[in-house]
Write a new protein. Structure first.
Length: 192
């Protein structure tokens, strides 16, 4: 393996590769460019330290896999995807829409435990059913339950469900809950 030093940055070049065009710095060394077909990879244990006062702008999609701590402004002109947790210590600003993808419909049976798989959870039922149990969430989890297209699911105000009364959800009805780590607390209910 050969190494190429560009403006204080060491780039490893495998045997048989050319220094040519995939990764380069513009004249003067102030800007590093990864050209079309190129890739900048940081391997396990590596750290990318972007100092304060620096603006990071991504003109296309951004995908973060694994842990990432961002202090300061981060923006993407297209899509920013995070596979895992995204923690923000300040204000999170969303330009137009907060879009939460719906999870697969959960079919609720009599006295079963509803185990949501995400924030936006559509319910289904083969008949009119009741339940008094939703699997515990982590403190701060937000859950939107949408009533089944046909039939109804009644969520009973008891135990770890802190509701304004038992809630019968049928087509297009919504129940908005927030978890405190032990209980699901009602934020809003809409009977549509």
């Amino acid at each position: 393996m050969r190494k190429l030093l560009i403006a204080g940055l060491v780039i490893a070049v495998l045997a048989g590769c050319s220094y040519a065009t995939l990764v380069y710095t513009e004249q003067g060394g102030a800007k590093m460019v990864v050209a079309s077909g190129g890739e900048l990879e940081m391997q396990s244990g590596a750290t990318l330290d972007v100092q304060s006062g620096v603006t990071s702008t991504f003109g296309g999609d951004v995908t973060i896999t694994g842990a990432s701590t961002q202090t300061g402004a981060v923006s993407a002109e297209s899509t920013m995807g995070v596979d895992g947790a995204l923690t923000a210590a300040g204000i999170v600003s969303i330009g137009t829409w907060l879009r939460i993808p719906p999870e697969t419909v959960i079919t609720v049976t009599m006295d079963s435990i509803i185990t949501p798989t995400g924030t936006f959870q559509q319910l289904g039922a083969a008949g009119a059913v009741n339940t008094s149990s939703i699997a515990a969430g982590t403190a701060g989890d937000i859950l939107v339950l949408i009533g089944p297209a046909s039939n109804s699911v009644t969520i009973t105000d008891t135990g770890t469900l802190k509701l304004g009364g038992s809630r019968a959800l049928s087509a297009n009805d919504t129940l908005l809950l927030i978890a405190d780590g032990t209980n699901w607390n009602e934020v809003a209910f809409v009977n549509n």
